[in-house]
Write a protein that binds this ligand. Structure first.
Ligand code: GTR
Length: 418
């Protein structure tokens, strides 16, 4: 345990150092040309939806799949879910609660993860936000009926998590990041899963979903196969199999904060069943343009988190110029579905301007469908959301998910919820 603590301290101080040494000076952003969403890799212009869907979208998706997040190696042998528990009196009778176990099987191996769902009672069917949490389903609510995850959890002294095991002391500690009552009062539900049950967030490919797909003797994914972000996106997509079968659920908006915002974007790009996508402070490898090298860079993220992306992404360390894509094209893959990208003013590590510019440069694809995106390269002012099919806000404050963020997401998602 000592060694783990030491490694954790060294890791966080290395990351802190990287954060303080990163470039935050706009005048030092390199000059770059972004690859155009509307010009194919071979130089052909894309002028309509069909060309986009059948040619350009496909080649961009394949590039991200093989060279950025990594491919899911194969199909599952079996997929199953089980409703473990249901109640009609959650949140003082406002909500119904369901807890579902999802099991994925391949090559006689399996993993099971758990989804906690709250639905407003007013309507027979409701739209939901689906999002991963960082420390277990029991941390998003004070509801005593939510079991404590048994999976590996990142240590956190202030949450009473030591030895990578969550206990009762972490119940509700992240409730402030999930405005559940606001969602319920506005006719939305929430579905949430602990991300570590799909793949524990550490540079170790012996656990989580990856080993299900290994051939004899294999210990890690191949060069162009999935890292953790892709595995988390896969978990969201399989959760969608359950959600679309639940008669009480209408649309699903996939949401994620930070590293889980990267996973939400990739899930939305790869699975068109998500009705909309919300990226909260997703930064590098999420909504932010890699070529700006502002705050966290490709080399930095691949060094701090070697397990997040495919190994094939390493060749772009300090070499962003040669990337045939940039992150605005990830956003374009979500079109024409509603997309919300949010930044925070004090979260310069995630490059708010790079996140905004991505929405701007993805907007030409939304225009192909007659949907409204960003029309100006100028960012909106702080705390002044711009909400169309493509939406963006930069809120005052830090890297976090706040009530303010949820108020915006709820207000915007209502336009698309019916
Ligand atoms: C940071 C990382 C970011 C972001 C963040 C988070 O340390 O550099 O890319 O993902 O973690 O997930 O909280």
């Amino acid at each position: 345990m000592r060694t783990y603590a030491l490694i954790a301290i060294l890791f966080f101080s290395a990351l802190g150092l990287a954060q303080s040494q990163a470039n935050y000076d706009e005048t030092k952003v390199p000059k770059f040309t972004l690859p155009d969403v509307l010009t194919s890799f071979s130089g052909n212009p894309i002028t309509n939806q069909t060309e986009w869907e059948e040619n350009r979208r496909r080649e961009i998706l394949q590039f991200f799949e093989k060279q950025v997040y990594g491919k899911v190696p194969d199909r599952l042998d079996e997929y199953g879910f089980k409703l473990l528990e249901e109640s009609n009196d959650a949140y003082g009778g406002k909500a119904r609660r369901k807890q579902v176990a999802i099991t994925l099987k391949k090559n006689k191996k399996s993993i099971t993860y758990y989804m906690l769902i709250y639905l407003p009672k007013g309507n027979p069917t409701a739209p939901v936000f689906l999002g991963y949490n960082y420390y277990g389903n029991h941390t998003v609510t004070n509801d005593p009926n939510v079991p404590i995850t048994k999976a590996w959890v990142m240590n956190n002294d202030s949450f009473g998590i030591t030895d990578n095991k969550a206990t009762e002391s972490s119940r509700g500690i992240r409730a402030h990041r999930w405005a559940i009552e606001k969602m319920l009062d506005n006719g939305f539900g929430l579905a949430t899963i602990y991300y570590g049950e799909i793949d524990p967030d550490k540079n170790d490919f012996s656990d989580g979903v990856h080993p299900l797909f290994y051939r004899d003797g294999q210990t890690k994914p191949k060069t162009n196969e999935w890292g953790s972000i892709s595995a988390w996106a896969f978990g969201l997509s399989k959760a969608m199999n359950y959600l679309e079968s639940d008669v009480n659920i209408s649309k699903v908006f996939v949401f994620g904060h930070s590293r889980l915002g990267k996973a939400a974007l990739w899930a939305g790009a790869t699975d068109k069943r998500f009705a909309g996508v919300i990226s909260n402070n997703s930064g590098c490898g999420g909504a932010a343009l890699s070529r700006r090298k502002f705050g966290e860079t490709v080399a930095q993220i691949n060094t701090s988190f070697p397990h997040w992306f495919a190994d094939s992404f390493l060749k772009y360390n300090n070499n962003e110029r040669t990337l045939p894509v940039d992150q605005h094209q990830l956003l374009a893959l979500i079109a024409p579905r509603p997309l919300y990208v949010a930044s925070a003013l004090e979260d310069q590590w995630a490059d708010p301007k790079g996140e905004y510019l991505s929405t701007y440069h993805a907007s030409s694809i939304y225009a192909l469908y007659g949907k409204k995106g960003m029309t100006s390269k100028e960012m909106p002012e702080v705390d002044r959301p711009l909400q169309q099919t493509v939406a963006y806000h930069i809120r005052s404050g830090k890297h976090d998910v706040t009530d303010y963020d949820w108020e915006q997401y709820i207000k915007w998602a209502k336009n698309f919820a019916l």
